[in-house]
Write a protein that binds this ligand. Structure first.
Ligand code: HEM
Length: 576
């Protein structure tokens, strides 16, 4: 644990088993697990006792602080958790205080060392179970799957879930099943995916044309620096908006321009604002009374903006002002938009079953497309590009696969994927190293059960630490290395590669959008490699430092890269 966090050992190899080693461990345990390390102690209720240094609680605190996390204490080129947190601290010193960093590290280190891969915590008023091994994941999502098929009630869900009608937050039961069935039929089934495939093909054409044009508008052929994050987000939002409403968020002319960027930033602002799935008020609800850090207020304001955005979309439909963009005849795979958009379908279902298809329910479905479907895919595309730029051998292997199986006379399309196994390996490896939802979404148990031989009481929140499982050396060989080849030939393995790979979750509440997400990521990544050469703007020695674990920490570093049209593709790109 010490090495994961700081690259240093607590006890040197020579001292292990020796008297000195024992002393170090005893001393460390002494201040990490002191008998009096209560979350609340008597001084919190009678602060006056602190003045008399009652039972020395305060001295214990100071001793903990002497565990320095200064920059010099970590080796320079490493990519440890400490460095990640320290780099976040540079940009947001008020949030990432030394105390917070130390507490996260001490908590993770001490708890995992002491309790192993199944940890049960009592945090404030909540029970929390954190699992970090494939066998524990298997137990949670096979024999105990129904027990954990609920979601906890949290502040985020209270504010954003349309009264727990949204599929992500709905309790397990009739409503959730009906909604999930509806979403599968309308969005995620094979037929619906084939239908939306035409639309993704069209948007990819626009993306590739746009990137080529940016290059043509600048003199010279040395390429152009672009903010790839913005292009990719624009693509994802436009696809989801077209599936939902038939319109684009950003018009073709605006893509890549300042105005286009502003639109995307604004939408991201209210869709992804304060998106902490669990926050401190969920554990200590009393903090809500004091409006702790304005969290609740910010959520209310973001929800108001989302609601206004969705209301205006619906109004346009009700007043029949929307004329959905039809998929052009030039669509490569021949799929045409045969029936209306998702909102049209839902509004017509509302006419026959108004009690189930309420406005709130319809809004929640559209919202899920934007929230669950855009950031996850955009982040995965960016991570795959970052990794490929840092590993030219993998980049060229993937390029060779695409050139030989698809060529440079036509755009790659979704029917090519079965012939592109290495592309799939690259994406899996990206999701393994940088899962966009590193702790999955919280599950909630409604009955007592047993996990790993331990009794787990009902009303426990389950968190699966996918990040830790994906980087566990007991589970993956050389887990820190980017080796897409490790996924070659693994297709035959059981679910989630034997529960070792859990980026999309498992069981009943697993991600229903996995197939759509993988299609989108494969299409964009494959096309970017098919038509352009890419160069790093700055060499990122420490990729982990830009990891955005939005579910807990709200920070992201946009990906910038030099985009150069491939010489042998210019004729085709020019006619696109
Ligand atoms: C790379 C892409 C994606 C990743 C990595 C991803 C990951 C996840 C994860 C980890 C969960 C939680 C599973 C759990 O609770 O155990 C989830 C749930 C969900 N995802 Fe995705 N997702 C992706 C794309 C999408 C897309 C494209 C959509 C829809 C357009 C989507 C819709 C949903 C929904 C509706 C749920 C909630 C399911 C429920 O509670 O019943 N996801 N996703």
């Amino acid at each position: 644990m010490m090495r994961i966090c700081t690259r240093k050992c607590c006890v040197n190899e020579e001292d292990i088993g020796a008297e000195k080693g024992k002393q170090i461990i005893e001393e460390t345990r002494g201040f990490i697990f002191p008998a009096f390390a209560l979350i609340l102690n008597v001084c919190d209720f009678l602060p006056v006792l602190k003045w008399f240094r009652y039972k020395g609680y305060d001295e214990f605190r100071h001793k903990k602080e002497s565990l320095s996390v200064s920059k010099s204490s970590t080796s320079r080129n490493s990519d440890t958790l400490v460095e990640t947190l320290l780099s976040l601290q540079e940009s947001e010193p008020e949030f990432y205080t030394n105390d917070l960093i130390k507490n996260v590290l001490l908590t993770l280190t001490s708890l995992s060392t002491k309790y192993g891969p199944v940890m049960y915590l009592r945090l404030g008023c909540r029970n929390l179970l954190i699992v970090t091994s494939p066998s524990a994941v298997e137990e949670c999502f096979t024999k105990n799957d129904i027990i954990f098929a609920n979601r906890p009630q949290t502040m985020t869900a209270d504010k954003y879930s349309f009264n727990y009608k949204a599929v992500v937050w709905a309790p397990y039961g009739y409503h959730w099943r009906a909604l999930r069935r509806l979403m599968v039929i309308e969005i995620f089934s094979f037929n619906s995916l084939q239908k939306s495939s035409a639309l993704r093909s069209e948007e990819i054409r626009i993306l590739i044309r746009g990137l080529f044009k940016v290059n043509c508008n600048r003199s010279g052929s040395s390429g152009v620096k672009i903010n790839l994050s913005n292009w990719v987000f624009t693509f994802s939002f436009n696809v989801m908006m077209r599936i939902g409403t038939g319109k684009r968020c950003v018009s073709e002319e605006e893509i890549g321009t300042e105005k286009g960027k502003e639109i995307i930033e604004e939408i991201k602002g209210f869709f992804f604002a304060t998106l902490l799935v669990l926050n401190v008020c969920d554990f200590l609800p009393v903090l809500k009374w004091f409006g702790y850090k304005g969290i609740e207020k910010r959520m209310v304001s973001a929800h108001k903006k989302r609601n206004e955005f969705l209301n205006s979309l619906f109004d346009e439909f009700r007043q029949k002002k929307v004329s959905p963009i039809s998929v052009s005849e030039s669509s490569t795979d021949g799929n045409r938009e045969k029936k209306g958009t998702l909102v049209e379908t839902l509004l017509s279902l509302q006419e026959s079953e108004p009690e189930f298809y309420t406005d709130d329910l319809i809004k929640s479905v559209v919202l899920i497309l934007f929230i669950a479907g855009t950031e996850t895919t955009s982040m995965t595309i960016q991570w795959a590009m970052r990794l490929l730029l840092a590993h030219p051998e993998a980049f060229h292997k993937l390029r060779a696969e695409i050139d030989s199986k698809v060529g440079n006379e036509r755009l790659l399309n979704e029917s090519d994927f079965t012939n592109l196994p290495y592309l799939q390996c690259v994406i899996n490896e990206t999701l393994r190293l940088y899962p966009p939802v590193p702790l999955l979404l919280p599950h909630y148990s409604l009955e007592d059960c047993t996990i790993g031989g331990y009794d787990v009481p009902k009303h426990t929140i389950l968190m699966v630490n996918a990040w830790a499982i994906h980087r566990d050396p007991e589970v993956w060989e050389e887990p820190e290395k980017f080796k897409p080849e490790r996924f070659e030939g693994m297709e035959g393995e059981k679910e989630g590669f034997n529960y070792k790979f859990v980026s999309f979750g498992m069981g009943r509440r697993a991600c229903p959008g996995a197939a759509m997400g993988l299609r989108t990521v494969s299409l964009v990544l494959g096309s970017l490699i098919q038509w352009f050469d890419w160069e790093n703007v700055e060499f990122e020695e420490n990729l982990d430092a830009c990891y955005n674990t939005r579910i807990t920490l709200n920070k992201e570093k946009p990906l910038e890269a030099i985009c150069i049209p491939r010489q042998n593709c210019i004729r085709f790109l020019d006619q696109l």
